[in-house]
Design a protein around this ligand. Sequence first.
Ligand SMILES: Nc1nc(=O)c2c([nH]1)NC[C@@H]1CN(c3ccc(C(=O)N[C@@H](CCC(=O)O)C(=O)O)cc3)C=[N+]21
Length: 297
Amino acid sequence: MTAELIDGKAFAANLRERVGDHAAAFAEKAGRKAGLAVVLVGADAASEVYVRSKGKATVAANMESFEHRLPADTAEEDLIALVERLNADPAVDGILVQLPLPGDLDEQAVIAAIDPGKDVDGFHVESAGRLMVGREGFVPCTPLGCIMLLKDRHGDLSGMNAVVIGRSNIVGKPMAQLLLDANATVTIAHSRTKDLPEVVQRADIVVAAVGRAEMVKADWLKPGATVIDVGINRLAPAEEGAKGRLVGDVDFEAAKEVAGAITPVPGGVGPMTIAVLLRNTLVAAHMHEGLDPPVGL
Ligand SMILES: Nc1nc(=O)c2c([nH]1)NC[C@@H]1CN(c3ccc(C(=O)N[C@@H](CCC(=O)O)C(=O)O)cc3)C=[N+]21
């Protein structure tokens, strides 16, 4: 058996297209475009790539992109002062501070400075709290993208056994909450979990978000399971000067012979993250203008 590929890239392109249409309508109504500010501290090469592709996708979706690049040795108070300026700027609907932050900048302190109404990453404690208690708020982009893919494939997730591997604040924990809200039976596994293969064996849905290349093996999977691979790991290049291959947290080649459906890396969850970021920004813009957020995005 060969698993169906879950084409996150195509799903994301479709979502970006719909966001773009709604964003054009928003600009007509509001007399301004929705705006996303991205703050990059330091010059991490991978972060540069993400920030550039976010900027391009933002403009392509009829929104305004504001990029702020600060040196790696920026003082925390200066970074927070920038966030506060963006909070006060009516052209900015969403603020994303690219993580991880270099040096000993306190990520929690910086995120806490973001106006929760502009927290399109969903990383603020207010956003996390709202998600946990079931109130409206911004949901982190990667897990929201994953649940969109799962609902698209399965419709109703009620009663399904879901195993989330990883317990980060940005993926594992919100992912588990979203699955719980969808009435799945949820297990969160992590580095201290005993007999992970046995835990994964019971799962109808596996979400792998550990950040370890090809860690999840095919023979752990229940045949027919749906596998969402959040990992983006670059393997060491075979030859000098070459770029290493990008792989997920799942041993894809073997897993696709057991799974019912699986996301590839690249082209799976990654593109969804950016599409959902644009979606969240457009929702924020509607709220800032007192307009009803677009339905069905
Ligand atoms: N505050 C904050 N918010 C973030 O959302 C955030 C962040 N910090 N820091 C870095 C991570 C990483 N991230 C990705 C987004 C898109 C792809 C993506 O589109 N990946 C492509 C491949 C890209 C490639 O070739 O490197 C894919 O999977 O097909 C990957 C990773 C958002 N992040």
